[in-house]
Design a protein around this ligand. Structure first.
Ligand code: AMP
Length: 116
C-alpha cells in the first residue's frame, strides 16, 4: 500500500487538530468540515478501506466506533445526535485510501448523498 495524507498525519509529518489518540487510533478535525463538529477517526494500522478489512480487524473497527461514541460525549453532541459515515472506494466517494470514520454533528444534518 502506498503512502497517503493520513499516514503522514499518523507519523506527525503534517499537522492535524488531534482530538484523541491512543496506540491504535487517531482522531482529528476534518480540514473541510461539513458541520460544526466534523472529526475523522482512523486506525493507525494501514488499512485502505472497509473492502480490505480482515477478520482480525474486527476489534479495531469496534474500537473506532467506541472512540466516536466517547468523542461525541466529550463534545456534548451525544444527546442531540450525529452522523457516522464511512465511504468505500470510488463509487462510495472515498478520497483518501486509508480507512476513516467521519463523525459529523453539532447541527441538524440534511441528507446529502446523491448518485453522481
Ligand atoms: P473521504 O471523502 O470519505 O475519503 O474523506 C476524506 C476527508 O479527509 C475529507 O472530508 C477531507 O476534507 C479530509 N481531509 C483531507 N486532507 C485532510 C487533512 N490534511 N487534514 C484533515 N482532514 C483532511
Amino acid at each position: 500500500m502506498g503512502d497517503n495524507i493520513f499516514l503522514k498525519i499518523i507519523r506527525k509529518e503534517i499537522p492535524a487538530d488531534i482530538v484523541y489518540e491512543d496506540d491504535d487510533i487517531l482522531a482529528f478535525r476534518d480540514i473541510h468540515p461539513l458541520a460544526p463538529v466534523h472529526i475523522l477517526i482512523i486506525p493507525k494500522k494501514p488499512i485502505a478501506s472497509v473492502a480490505s478489512l480482515e477478520a482480525a480487524d474486527g476489534p479495531l473497527v469496534g474500537k473506532m466506533f467506541l472512540v466516536a461514541q466517547g468523542i461525541a460525549r466529550d463534545l456534548n453532541i451525544s444527546e442531540k445526535g450525529y452522523k457516522l459515515l464511512i465511504r468505500v472506494g470510488r463509487d462510495g466517494g472515498q478520497e483518501v485510501p486509508h480507512l476513516h470514520l467521519h463523525l459529523i454533528g453539532g447541527a441538524r444534518l440534511t441528507e446529502n448523498i446523491h448518485p453522481v
